[in-house]
Design a protein around this ligand. Sequence first.
Ligand code: DOR
Ligand code: ZN
Length: 429
Amino acid sequence: MIVDLVVEGKAYIDGGLVEAAIAIDDGRIVSISNPANAPESEEKRVAGSGSIILPGMVDMHVHLRDLNQAYKEDWYTGTLSALRGGITLVADMPNNDPYVASLEDLRLKLEVAEEKALVDFLLYCGLPRDPREVPEIRRIACGFKIYPEDYSRLPSLLESLSGGLLVVHAEDPEILEERRKSVKDPRMADHGILRPGIAEVRAIEKILNVARGRGVKLHFTHLSTGDSILKIAHSRLENGNATCDSTLHHALLSSEALERLGGIAKVNPPLRSRSEAAKVFNAVKSMLVDAIASDHAPHALEEKLREEYDEVPPGFPGLEIYLPIILTLILDGRLPLNVINLYSRNPAKILGVRRGAISLGFDGDLAIVELGGEWRINAADLASKAKYTPFEGWAVKARVAGVFIRGVPAYEDGELLVSKGFGRNAREP
Ligand code: DOR
Ligand code: ZN
């Protein structure tokens, strides 16, 4: 049999790096062998000595905006960022304009995504306005997302959400409201006081309590404190099945970035103290968190530079720089090699898709990464419309050289090889 493609080189397989030939046919990985035994192929790529082959990365928390917020990001620029960052699957949040909380809004978003996406995608739906739509929504969306302002509606919807994935933004709305009242005329430096770590811990307790035993797969996203991550670990020991992720900004940056960069570094939940960030970093290192997610949250630069605290929207882009930063930390000996799973196979498992690993029968999603050079993060080079980052100027020792999606060369040496609309909804029924 002559397969479509063989990619050969040092590959990340089963948690280690091995010399392998990965054969892809009809979009799927059909054999993994010693290069000497590689099947005959129409096309062949060899990852040279300074490069490694990774599974395509999976980012389970992004905001690609579009529609009325296309000035911040659209599905083309957002997925181009993903591609250039070695990411072959993104899961997109529903807090758009229009907000996605109905079948109609979801279908509209799917249409835009299908028209413009360069990488595969999954869509979350907000808490549904009409629970009767849930079965149909589930055919399209990979799960639901709950924000603090929706917590009060959760009990009445739990039954309809049973069996599905519910991603939680954990910040207790009552604590946020109290803090808001106690701080008159807030400034940027008050951000962490207005949204304290304890609000995250309390929210986790509340949601775990409400949803316990109700058959919902809870996933707590962008956790920013050590205590929050421990809460999830404890809940699992008590037979729960909740999972969590954290971000690189919560693991590597602190509130000092807010002092230095102002609104650019404003994000929800806020960047915490240095010691808190160290706890999050250690939780990533020991793989106490189930996943890493970028929370790629682009806004216009003009919005991020506003003077007034309340006028600055939270969030910043991350898609294009996550894998290079993770690999740099691995090369520097600060993180173990298998942390790669936190940004590939683990989130894919949570999302219920057979992606994120170089494994027989899986989609042929691969990222070829060049290691060892030194590059600087320069926001002006990002494909995202949001050309700023709190990681500006950081030195990274990894660069994405090529990406294959379902066996198709999608990106090679700075060149885009697929066109708008190549990306598909990866929802597996
Ligand atoms: O910083 C954030 N930005 N946190 C969120 O929860 C929302 C996000 C956004 O959509 O900009
Ligand atoms: Zn988010």
